[in-house]
Design a protein around this ligand. Structure first.
Ligand code: SF4
Length: 699
């Protein structure tokens, strides 16, 4: 006898459709035809079930009795008592904000919602943020200020296959979302032009019609130059600009300074390539511009994305059939994770936490006085960097994240985490962050609980439970309910478990009410509709009405209905190369690993495919450094050092090295990365810093 359930991959934002088949002794992944993956899966999806019965799986809480001691197994009552006692002690000594919460972009919508509510109502703290701040917060902020809404793709993914010209900026989809590549193949088979902007000739860039290979940190200059050329060659859609936008004159004045020869000096991209790219975009009937982490993870990430949005608006793309601007969200619930209130500045429905009307609406759903809800907190890195300091949080609860590996300047972040009076980690394996926790709470995996995810298109999907969690393991929602009923809430109430339901469908029903009328409106979405329609696009305010696969056809959700141009200027990265640190470092992902690697490093096939970190460098640079392929090298910045084997390749610029961020210990590249933050999104500058590279001494 076998049992099948229809679900989605536990990893990235493509949320590929899959069927899980359970037989007597096996759980098997089968690919499923779904609009985003059309039956394809990458290696991570194929092997996703391996973790369900993995020997590293946690099935009991763990406690550390004293600093420096080891983690030991404990019962749930003992572990929960330890957490609650610790929270009470810290909050009575330092105030409610002294306990913080750190969430994740892989949590289901229900968990993201419950976590935000738990922080504001049960803990009464303003200090909550999540790892999505490290992922695509710059594109989110740029989208909000230009369009009045942030939905990764404001059109279905399938539109990519029909674009005459497709511009990908800092997106290596061939490694991060392989099933998406079939849309690129389809696009080129129809005669389309694919342009990729990336400092590396990645697997994606190698498929491009035209590859622009700028110096790291200069994408903004490239975008402004493309708009300069479009203006000079009469490619701007003047009717669209006049009818549907505001602010173009200022942008025209700024981009006048980005003549192609200057842009070539700034970015290293040849004038001829800039001109070819501008013409391919400006003459296409259907053109799409997409950004991803390469454009966004900068101290000027919001402005860089804005420059590409300006280009898209000037060409009249957003809202035009088969055209537009979009951001390729990365984490599994990168979209939903940023809509339901686990961000420092947000309430559910993508509402601002400092908006009195939003506070009143959400407080009404939560049954509390709006004046009792905390105000905005600080962003993820600022929160982590304040831990254990004077005036900073003394306790932290981590859900769905592994900041010891994934945070920038990770050495300092790890020290801060160690300085806490109480570190609680909810996870299903002993991640590097769990290893230094005081309490580790074992949680269910994706195939053991129901819930919804919102993919990179804004399509709300169902994840389904194949089986219950193993004995000793609880779902995150049950865990939050367990804690909430033991704490004194912000309004002085206690022991009201009904306020924090553990049943995901009940949480989703409440989320719908809380999101009603907000930017990300889920009020009309039910689980039954998701099942019947294979996903529903938000906004969907009415159960009787359709979802919204395409945005902006009739206008933009701004006060005047127009999209907003904003003038933006190129500026250097926070850290430039110098004699002591003469090489740029950029970081990213590899096909067989995911995020901090806590999950995928434990999967045999993935570990065999990508066993170690590496440092990619150009043969010319390697020759200057006396480094040969396979030599161990040290990469050092002003913040720390990383060690890994050299991988020589002519596909990277000679002034730049690359390292993936999935590994821990000596191979942790985030020991080196920069903690410079974007002033708007507070996104750290993962994508560029200055380093020195040298051959490691032989041990
Ligand atoms: Fe999973 Fe993403 Fe791979 Fe699809 S592309 S199988 S969603 S990791």
């Amino acid at each position: 006898m076998s049992q099948d359930i229809v679900t989605h991959c536990p990893y990235c934002a493509l949320q590929c459709g899959m069927t899980l088949r359970r037989t007597a002794d096996l759980v098997q992944v089968l690919p499923r035809n779904f609009p985003t993956n059309r039956g394809g899966l990458c290696q991570k999806g194929w092997t996703a079930a391996e973790l369900l019965d993995h020997p590293d799986r946690l099935t009991t809480p763990l406690l550390r009795d004293r600093p420096g001691g080891t983690l030991r197994p404990a019962s749930w009552p003992e572990a929960l008592d330890r957490v609650v006692t610790g929270i009470r002690r810290i909050q009575s000594a330092y105030g409610r904000d002294a306990v913080a919460v750190f969430g994740g972009g892989g949590l289901t919508n229900e968990k993201a919602y419950a976590l935000g509510k738990f922080a504001r109502v049960a803990l009464g703290t303003r200090n909550i943020d999540y790892n999505g701040r490290f992922c695509m917060s710059s594109a989110a902020a740029a989208g909000m200020r230009a369009f009045g809404v942030d939905r990764g793709l404001p059109f279905p993914l399938a539109d990519l296959g029909t674009a005459d010209t497709l511009l990908l900026v800092g997106a290596n989809v061939a490694e991060t979302m392989p099933p998406l590549v079939r849309y690129l193949v389809e696009q080129r088979e129809r005669g389309g032009t694919l342009i990729v902007v990336d400092p590396r000739a990645t697997a994606t860039a190698r498929q491009a019609t035209l590859h622009l290979q700028p110096t790291p940190g200069t994408d903004l200059a490239v975008a402004n130059a493309l708009l300069h050329i479009a203006l000079a060659e009469g490619l701007v859609d003047k009717d669209y600009v006049a009818a549907r936008t505001s602010g173009f004159d200022q942008v025209r004045r700024v981009t006048a300074g980005y003549w192609p020869a200057r842009a070539e000096r700034l970015s290293g991209v040849p004038v001829a390539d800039l001109e070819a790219a501008a013409r391919a975009l400006g003459t296409a009937d259907r053109a799409i511009i997409l950004t991803a982490r390469g454009a966004e993870q900068h101290a000027k990430g919001v402005d860089t994305v804005t420059a590409f949005v300006n280009l898209a608006l000037a060409l009249g793309l957003p809202g035009r059939p088969g055209s537009g601007y979009g951001c390729l969200t990365g984490q599994g619930n990168g979209q939903g994770g940023r809509e339901h209130g686990q961000k420092a500045d947000q309430l559910p429905g993508y509402r601002r936490i400092d908006d009195p009307a939003a506070r009143a609406h959400v407080a009404g759903v939560w049954g509390v006085d709006p004046t009792l809800l905390p105000g905005p907190g600080v962003s993820a890195y600022e929160l982590l960097d304040a831990l254990g300091t004077d005036g900073g949080p003394k306790g932290l609860l981590v859900f769905g994240s592994n900041p010891v590996v994934s945070a920038p300047r990770a050495g300092r972040v790890t020290d801060r985490l160690r300085d806490l009076d109480l570190l609680v980690v909810a996870d299903f394996v002993r991640s590097e962050t769990a290893e230094i926790a005081d309490v580790v709470l074992p949680t269910a995996q994706w195939a053991e609980e129901d819930g919804t995810m919102t993919n990179l298109e804004g399509r709300v999907l169902r994840r389904r439970a194949l089986r219950p969690p193993p004995p000793g393991v609880r779902t995150d929602l049950a865990l939050l309910a367990d804690l909430a009923e033991r704490l004194e809430h912000v309004d002085g109430t206690t022991l009201d478990r009904s306020r924090f339901p553990a049943a995901p469908e009940q949480v989703f029903a409440e989320l719908r009410q809380a999101s009603a009328g907000g930017t990300a409106d889920y009020a009309g979405i039910t689980w039954a509709r998701i099942d019947a329609e294979d996903g529903v696009f938000w906004p969907c305010p009415d159960e009787a009405g359709p979802g919204t696969p395409r945005l902006f056809a009739d206008g933009f959700p701004t006060p005047d209905g127009r999209a907003r141009f904003l003038p933006v200027e190129h500026r250097p990265p926070a850290e430039e190369v110098c004699p002591d640190y003469p090489v740029y470092l950029t970081t990213g992902r590899v096909l067989a690993q995911y995020q901090s690697g806590a999950q995928t490093r434990r999967v045999d096939a993935l570990r065999r495919a990508a066993p170690n970190a590496f440092v990619e460098l150009h043969p010319d640079l390697a020759a200057r450094l006396g480094v040969e392929d396979g030599d161990e090298v040290l990469v050092t910045s002003r913040r720390g050092e990383m060690r890994a084997p050299a991988r020589l390749t002519p596909t990277i610029r000679p002034d730049t090295v690359f390292a993936p961020f999935h590994w821990a210990g000596a191979a942790r590249i985030n020991s080196v990365t920069s903690d410079a933050l974007d002033p708007v999104s507070r996104m750290p500058e993962f994508k560029v810093c200055a380093v020195q590279v040298r051959k490691a001494p032989v041990d």
